[in-house]
Design a protein around this ligand. Structure first.
Ligand code: UDP
Length: 240
């Protein structure tokens, strides 16, 4: 099936990749794909991560910072990335608005579900910043929550790999890759592609998750058309 309203999640690394590679995160890359998808009439919400700047769990694990403070910095990082993305989109001719779980009124609107829906219906890309606004969580969970709130038909997670594998394909080159998985199987096998909290929210709300290679141009359009690109998590728990 093709989708009319999607929630696209991508990590801060993909924005940073644009800086190094010129186009990957810019108008010729994933953002270019996003512009095309939006131009075809699809309503798009985006959750962008902040991992290129700081990941709270990592920084607190090595003792550099306390966890809550590190998470606060991480959440602020997502606001920075959201502003970068908003600018990229607007300079590509696409109206975009940042709604943030952290209130920074001079720069972004405070998150509000009805406001998000209003912007989507006006044809604006809505960028959800600040994660969930709570420490000890990640932007994957924020993506699942926002997808549920806006009634997205799918949560599309753009990553640097082309789907979900049984083990990290960067480490184990022979790792099995899945076309399709149930939510329960992802949770049981502890496939680290996404937070358990995010997968649970999608299972509860029945929102399919598509994990795909966000570095490959045209993939986003293909996913939105309903083509099998990457790994789809959802449907029946047929693998149990
Ligand atoms: N974060 C948080 N609460 C949230 C979302 C994010 O505390 O609801 C913090 C957390 O420290 C996280 C960082 O912000 O590591 C950046 O987000 P994330 O790691 O999800 O970014 P990504 O890996 O997707 O770039």
């Amino acid at each position: 099936m093709s989708y009319g309203r999607i929630l696209l999640k991508f990590s801060g690394d993909l924005i940073a990749a644009g800086k190094e590679r010129g186009a990957a995160g810019g108008a010729g890359g994933l953002v270019g794909d996003l512009v095309e998808v939006h131009g075809s009439g699809v309503q798009v919400g985006v959750v962008v991560g902040g991992g290129n700047l700081l990941r709270g769990a990592e920084v607190s694990r090595d003792g550099t910072m306390g966890r809550a403070a590190a998470d606060a910095v991480g959440m602020l990082g997502t606001v920075i990335n959201a502003l970068v993305l908003e600018d990229l989109l607007e300079r590509s001719g696409v109206a975009a608005r940042v709604l943030s779980a952290l209130h920074i009124n001079a720069l972004v609107e405070p998150h509000n579900r009805r406001r998000a829906l209003w912007h989507l219906e006006k044809g604006r890309v809505v960028i959800f910043a600040g994660g969930t606004g709570n420490s000890y969580l990640t932007t994957d969970t924020a993506a699942a929550l926002r997808a549920a709130e806006i009634g997205a038909q799918a949560l599309l997670k753009a990553t640097k790999v082309d789907g979900i594998y049984a083990a990290d394909p960067m480490v184990d080159r022979g790792a099995e890759r899945f076309d399709r998985l149930s939510y329960t199987e992802v949770l049981k096998r502890q496939l680290g592609i996404m937070d358990a909290a995010a997968v649970s929210i999608c299972r509860e709300t029945g929102i399919p998750i598509v994990v795909f290679d966000g570095m490959r141009r045209g993939n986003l359009q293909a996913v939105v058309r309903g083509e099998i690109v990457g790994t789809v998590v959802g449907g029946e728990d047929q693998h149990e």
